[in-house]
Design a protein around this ligand. Structure first.
Ligand code: MGD
Ligand code: MGD
Ligand code: SF4
Ligand code: MO
Length: 748
């Protein structure tokens, strides 16, 4: 009988594989391969092109793919080592059922039996407690085809309101802000517009570690004379090469944006013609930023007044610019206000929608963009349509061959799903491509909640921390085992190609979902035989919506290395620059290029409010959390890739020497960080690159190493994004290493 890997998940990566036909630096060792498959990286939203080397149905290495215009063959450490995960001994090759008597707590069961149990439990829970008592969690690492299918599975097959996705933890503040200001949610410009721009403004984005290929664009701009401005509480690698660094106190970005706009108005660094022709609402915002003097801005943000003035001058007087932000300004209980503050600054400058005049949020997961467009968000239907809008419901119901009134109402966000489980309103859960036990804030609550479920099933290719709490684990597919499309950070739809077959009993994710529908006797609408058929239906379902994919085909993508949406018909070339004069949207409406009936963008008053949890005498230090270059998200994949583990084996608490000195902490000491919700003991990394009032912990580990034991479950009221970037902690030197380290020490 196949034995489930039982290794302690905290140390499991120690046996990361080195089973490759490729030398450590990715150099060819002369082994003959069967074929090269052109595809894209499985990790972040940059979606770099890569060629996978395949031998004997295994990915054994890679070669750069120089033709892809976005990355021109360049890759980051994760892209280079990604091929090592497929042959990891932990790969799930069978379905598993929870069995306390079996080693590791799970026993392998035949695939059909596992599907039968999932189908029966959904049926039972829905008939006993109603359709909404069964919830789905999905992910933005899934292809557009799978994301679309998950939305359809929830709304058409299970008729539950309760589906949401892990992008809720990621880009929803940017999405909500963009919708409010522009009526659409996508990067306004392709990355090519970064090259040749005069000022690049980066707020809350650790570009060099989290969007490494974007660094190359920023540096190329700098080579041609661009000034780089970085706003971050940490002097990140990109900040170390910038022209002006604004070490903002976590949670204060909207105050900074308001302060910059104040100075733009004071010095008349405004594009009056653009404001008059293409926007509404400037006066109210101007009035709102009036009290945001440089003195007050400096006091609130912790940035020197002279630095604020310098940033405003460079930004205000530039002729071209590109503003980018990421989770650093978005992971807040006022994340949407931060985003709106940034957009106000862009609109006032008039520098958007033209060559070298750009604005974008940097997306996160591989399909961070497409994953939020086609119906797996709790209030959404495909094409960026709205589940609460009667016209949108009628259109999609038509494509799905069902009555609009049979579509459920909008549901609740991912965290609220757990609150509803806690209250007993949700009794069953199926999760795919989501590891909430590591990634949600205050995860001690999540652990208790998972155990309250009457039935929990998960689809993954590794036994994630969350999967340990499942009743059934279904073996899904790795990126290289399926084909489909993904939409990159630029809004470019690209094609993922299959390199190898699923091993053992593992199945492509979309087949698993359809197998459940079929076993429930509800196969109508779930009889696709290949991803291309799902994509063709997605194209129809998105037609006429904001995210219009109707004119995109697999062939067109392959011929052009990707197609930017909207692409409304077969002859349309796609839309790299979203708000260009004469764009499809502007021409279709006979108005301006923004996605409102009058074609104008909206200024939005963006008030400053402090973070939910301020520091105080008991918890005097700000904790902020995020990422390191060699680990990815909840770490299920990268903690199993030996060379990446070697690069950053365990979480460390970054602390400034000044604070470390006060607390008698030296580099490498064990320290305990404690919040109102939990504690975490880890080693200190004493660095001069962080504000002295702030500590930083990367969140890629589970169990006792998880930063999310400490974080707060406060959420933005509009986007429902959690406040990962600020909570209050106390830090002290630990009296002993954490228990898991002591357990590993040799016994005397
Ligand atoms: N190596 C790696 N790359 C990744 C990922 C990964 O896990 N690992 N994940 C992908 C995903 S899903 C995402 S969402 C992106 C995330 O990409 P980023 O958003 O760039 O990464 P984070 O580390 O979450 O946070 C970015 C920065 O915000 C700063 N910050 C913290 N608080 C504040 C604040 O209040 N204001 C400002 N201005 N800055 C603040 C942090 O110091 C950090 O440097 O990366 C993607 N790429
Ligand atoms: N403290 C703190 N917490 C954070 C953040 C932070 O900055 N600080 N960042 C947040 C952000 S931005 C994000 S995006 C979330 C991410 O949080 P999660 O979405 O929970 O993280 P992932 O590691 O992507 O989890 C995905 C799971 O799905 C599996 N998986 C990946 N691809 C596929 C696939 O194609 N098919 C199937 N079946 N399974 C797949 C992986 O093995 C993994 O177990 O974390 C959030 N949590
Ligand atoms: S930048 Fe992102 S997509 Fe490109 S190789 Fe690195 S992880 Fe993969
Ligand atoms: Mo993310």
């Amino acid at each position: 009988m196949p034995i489930l890997p039982t290794g302690d998940l905290e140390i499991v990566a120690q046996f990361g594989p080195h089973l490759s036909h490729q030398g450590p630096a990715g150099l060819d060792t002369g082994v003959k391969i069967d074929r090269l498959v052109q595809t894209h990286c499985c990790f972040c939203g940059q979606q770099c092109g890569i060629q996978l080397k395949v031998k004997d149905n295994a990915v054994v290495g890679f070669e750069p793919w120089y033709d892809v215009p976005f990355n021109r063959g360049k890759l980051c450490p994760k892209g280079v080592k990604r091929y090592l995960q497929g042959s990891h001994p932990d790969r799930l090759l069978h379905a598993y059922e929870r069995d306390p008597a079996a080693p590791g707590g799970f026993g392998a069961v035949p695939y059909e039996q596992a599907i039968g149990r999932v189908a029966a439990e959904i049926d039972r829970i829905q008939s006993q407690y109603g359709p909404n008592a069964f919830a789905l969690l999905s992910g933005a690492s899934l292809t557009n085809e799978k994301a679309y299918l998950m939305g359809k599975f929830a709304h058409r097959c299970l008729k539950t309101s309760n589906i949401d996705y892990n992008g809720r933890l990621c880009m929803v503040s940017a999405a909500a802000g963009n919708k409010k200001a522009f009526g659409v949610d996508r990067a306004a410009n392709p990355w090519a517009d970064i090259l040749g721009t005069e000022v690049v403004w980066i707020s809350g984005a650790n570009v060099a570690e989290c969007a490494p290929i974007t660094t190359d664009y920023v540096w190329q701009a700098r080579e041609s004379g661009a000034k780089i401005i970085v706003v971050d509480p940490r002097l990140t690698p990109i900040a170390r090469t910038c022209d002006l660094f604004l070490p903002v106190k976590p949670g204060r970005d909207v105050a900074l944006f308001n302060g910059i706009l104040h100075l733009m108005i004071e010095h008349d660094w405004l594009d009056h013609e653009f404001i008059a022709r293409h926007t509404v609402g400037f006066e109210a915002v101007a009035e709102h930023v009036e009290p945001w003097t440089p003195q007050r801005t400096a006091k609130v943000t912790g940035i020197a007044e002279a630095t604020i003035r310098q940033a405003a001058e460079w930004w205000g007087t530039a002729r071209t610019s590109f503003l980018m932000h990421a989770r650093g300004i978005e992971h807040h209980s006022h994340g949407v206000q931060n985003v709106l503050g940034a957009i106000n600054m862009v609109l006032a400058s008039g520098r958007i929608g033209r060559e070298h005049c750009g604005y974008a949020t940097i997306t996160g997961q591989g399909n961070g963009q497409g994953g939020r467009e086609h119906g797996q968000k709790c209030d959404q239907l495909p094409g960026g349509r709205d589940l609460a809008n009667p016209d949108h419901r009628a259109y999609v119901a038509g494509v799905w061959d069902m009555a609009p009134e049979d579509l459920p109402a909008p549901g609740v966000d991912a965290y609220e799903i757990f609150r509803k489980i806690d209250k007993g309103e949700i009794r069953g859960l199926l999760s795919i491509c989501f590891n909430p036990l590591v990634s949600l804030p205050d995860n001690n609550f999540i652990r208790q909640t998972l155990e309250k479920l009457e039935f929990f099933a998960t689809i993954d290719f590794f036994l994630s921390e969350t999967a340990h709490h499942a009743d059934i684990v279904l073996p899904g597919s790795l990126h290289e085992e399926d084909e489909g499309t993904v939409t990159t950070t630029e809004g470019r739809v690209i094609k993922i190609n299959k390199a190898v077959d699923c091993p053992g009993e593992a199945r492509q994710d979309w087949r698993i979902i359809q197998d459940i529908a079929r076993t429930m006797g509800r196969e109508q609408g779930f009889t696709f035989t290949q991803p291309r058929e799902i994509f063709d239906e997605l194209r129809r379902a998105s037609k006429g919506g904001i995210c219009d994919y109707a004119g995109i085909t697999y062939e067109k993508i392959e011929a052009h290395y990707g197609v930017f949406w909207p692409c409304p018909d077969a002859d349309h070339p796609g839309t790299p620059r979203l708000f260009e004069a004469g764009s499809w949207n502007a021409v279709a409406k006979g108005a301006g290029p923004f996605y409102f009936p009058d074609g104008k963008a909206r200024f939005n008053v963006a008030p400053y409010t402090p973070p939910t949890e301020e520091v105080d005498g008991d918890y005097p230090v700000i904790l902020t959390t995020g990422r390191v270059v060699s680990q990815f998200l909840s770490g299920t994949q990268t903690r199993r890739i030996g060379p990446l583990v070697d690069q950053y084996p365990e979480p460390r608490l970054e602390i400034h020497p000044q604070l470390a000195g006060q607390l008698d902490i030296a580099d490498g000491d064990w320290v305990t960080a404690e919040s109102r919700r939990g504690t975490c003991t880890l080693r200190a990394q004493v660095v001069r690159t962080i504000r002295p009032d702030t500590v930083f912990i990367p969140y890629h580990w589970g169990g006792r190493k998880s930063a999310n034991q400490l974080t707060i479950a406060a959420q933005d009221p509009i986007s429902k994004i959690p406040e990962y970037k600020v909570c209050a902690v106390r830090v002290s030197k630990a009296t002993a290493p954490p228990a898991y380290v002591r357990e590993l020490e040799p016994q005397q």
